[in-house]
Structure formats: structure tokens, C-alpha cells
Design a protein around this ligand. Structure first.
Ligand SMILES: NC(=O)c1ccc[n+]([C@@H]2O[C@H](COP(=O)([O-])OP(=O)(O)OC[C@H]3O[C@@H](n4cnc5c(N)ncnc54)[C@H](O)[C@@H]3O)[C@@H](O)[C@H]2O)c1
Length: 293
């Protein structure tokens, strides 16, 4: 989607951290930006700052609230003629080990970080398709959605977001709505001061207090925002933020490949498996990367 000026973006969790970085970048690109979150004061401050750059509106909306999503979508249809870019970004951090987590905490992490993303897609996608206009949906996962690092509940939600978006990319291949999944590494945000989980407070920081000094190395949200803008303009599916992840990802993919049975396999079974499982989006990404070289 090249021509963004005058179009409308809706960004969940757009008042803080990565979402705010994306909001700033899209506002700068001339889009009308509507952000939502759950902290009134933060929303007011973010709107004030964005309004210096362009048209910006902030609304209170909990991504778990499906009715509120529908009401908002109806209103955005009336006031903006619909949404062209949807950014499902709202999320909470939760890195306690599975053995310490309660069922309530599982529901909380999954409801916000995964179901919240689907709520956005299910609400806005049919409207975007019905408009017939080019559109783009970006969902924020995490590098923790590509690498199963400790923090099992968070990983489950973020792997879920990656899977949801990979399958959605295939489903929407022939439509004017394109999709991306954002998988950032460590970014300087307010995630450690987000809404508290139900039950006892549990450790949120990777590695606890004994871990490396994350604040020194963390990326700025604005830089992530620039990558998201690029992905929307150049129709890129995977939005990775850190070159430093290459080696870590290679280890995971190599470990999986090293676990594939080494017999020759059955050609008939291979044909069936390919017919059911192949996602042409992977081939397209590889072809586009090849042509950029
Ligand atoms: N900060 C990182 O290092 C990092 C790395 C990878 C992925 N992420 C992901 O990036 C996304 C944004 O997080 P961030 O790091 O910018 O943190 P942040 O706390 O600065 O921003 C999170 C935003 O989500 C909103 N939010 C939380 N619960 C909500 C709910 N139920 N309904 C609506 N809004 C809600 C918050 O109000 C806030 O605006 C999250 O999905 C997070 O998992 C963050």
C-alpha cells in the first residue's frame, strides 16, 4: 500500500511503546490515526502529541471486548469511511514459568495477546474487504513467537499470533488486504508497568533482576514504527526488527530440520502432504527476497 496520505489507521495499544511508535510514523506519513488503550491518562497524552503531527483520536477500548470493537468499527465507518490499516498491537508481558502460572493467568495472557488480535481481525477484516480498497493488517507478535524462550504462556500466545497471521496471509492472497506479522526483540517500552495479571504478582522481566541490563540494548519504539511503515508500503509479511536474531532463528530451524525423519518418505504421501500444507506465501517471500539481492 503505497499511498497512505488521508487514509485511516486503527492501532490497539497505540498510546504507549511500540504502538505509539507505529502511530507516530503513520501520522507522519499523513494517515488519520485512531489509537486505543486502557489507560485514560496515557491515551490523552498520546493523542495530544500525535495531534501536533496530524489528525489523531484516542479511544478507550479493551481488546477483549467484542461488542466495543463492533461499536467502534461502526463509528469509524461513519466518521472516517472505514479503516484502511489495522494494527493489532495491544499486549501484556508475562514471563513466569508455566508451573507457577494459574488458569486465570493463562486466560488473561491468551485473551489479551492472542484472542485480542483475532477480535480486531474478525471485526475489521470483513469491512475492509467489503470496501474493495487496498488495506493492510499488521499484528504484533514477538521474537518470542518464533523462538520458544522461557515464559511459556507468553510464547504460546505469540506463536499463536504468528500462526494466525501466516495462515491469514494465505487466505487473503488474492484479496486487496495484505498482512504482516511484527516480531520485535527487546524494545524500550512500558511493558513492565502494564496492567497487572490476576492473582499474585509474578516476575515479568526476562531473566529476573539477575539478567543482562536490558535498558542499555533495547531498541527505540520509533525505529520499530519505521519498519512497520516500510512493511505496509512494500507489502512485506515478516517484520523482523533485529539483525541479531539471525543466528538464534537459524538454530531453531536447524534443530527442527535435524529432527525430520531421514528415510526417503513415500512419494504419494509427499504429494498429499504438500497439497494440504504448502503455503504459497513462503515461496513468494523467498522469490521477493531473491529479486532484491
Ligand atoms: N517491549 C518489548 O520488548 C516487546 C518485544 C516483543 C513484542 N512486544 C509486544 O509489543 C506489543 C506492545 O507492547 P509494548 O512493549 O509497546 O508495551 P506497552 O506496555 O508500552 O504498550 C502496550 C499497550 O497495550 C495496551 N493494552 C494492554 N492491555 C490491553 C487491553 N486489554 N486492551 C487494550 N489495550 C491494552 C496498553 O495500555 C498499552 O497501550 C505487545 O503485544 C507486546 O507483547 C513487546
Amino acid at each position: 500500500m503505497q499511498d497512505l496520505a488521508g487514509k485511516t489507521a486503527f492501532i490497539t495499544g497505540g498510546d504507549s511503546g511500540i504502538g505509539f511508535g507505529v502511530a507516530q510514523t503513520l501520522c507522519q506519513a499523513g494517515m488519520n490515526v485512531v489509537i486505543c488503550g486502557v489507560v485514560a491518562e496515557s491515551l490523552t497524552g498520546a493523542q495530544r502529541e500525535l495531534s501536533r503531527v496530524g489528525r489523531a483520536e484516542a479511544v478507550t477500548l479493551d481488546v477483549r471486548d467484542r461488542e466495543a470493537f463492533t461499536d467502534l468499527a461502526d463509528r469509524l465507518d461513519r466518521d472516517y469511511g472505514g479503516v484502511d490499516v489495522l494494527v493489532n498491537n495491544a499486549g501484556v508481558g508475562f514471563l513466569a514459568p508455566a508451573v507457577e502460572a494459574s488458569f486465570e493467568q493463562w486466560d488473561w495472557v491468551l485473551d489479551i495477546n492472542l484472542t485480542g488480535v483475532f477480535n480486531g481481525i474478525r471485526t475489521f477484516l470483513p469491512r475492509m474487504l467489503a470496501s474493495g480498497r487496498p488495506g493492510h493488517i499488521v499484528s504484533t507478535a514477538s521474537i518470542g513467537g518464533l523462538l520458544g524462550t522461557p515464559g511459556a504462556l507468553y510464547a504460546a500466545a505469540k506463536f499463536g499470533v504468528v500462526g494466525l497471521m501466516e495462515a491469514l496471509a494465505a487466505e487473503l492472497r488474492d484479496s486487496p488486504v495484505k498482512v504482516s506479522v511484527l516480531t520485535p526483540g527487546i524494545v524500550r517500552t512500558n511493558i513492565h508497568n502494564g496492567p497487572p495479571p490476576p492473582g499474585d504478582a509474578l516476575p515479568h522481566l526476562p531473566g529476573g533482576t539477575a539478567g543482562p541490563d536490558l535498558s542499555l540494548a533495547a531498541m527505540q519504539p520509533r525505529e520499530v514504527g519505521e519498519r512497520v511503515l516500510e512493511a505496509i508500503q512494500e507489502d512485506r509479511f515478516y517484520v523482523l526488527t533485529h539483525a541479531e536474531h539471525r543466528e538464534l532463528l537459524a538454530r531453531r530451524f536447524d534443530a527442527i530440520l535435524a529432527s525430520v525423519p531421514t528415510d526417503e518418505g513415500d512419494p504419494r504421501r509427499a504429494a498429499v502432504e504438500r497439497a494440504v500444507l504448502a503455503n504459497p506465501v513462503y515461496d513468494e517471500i523467498l522469490a521477493a527476497a531473491e529479486s532484491r539481492r
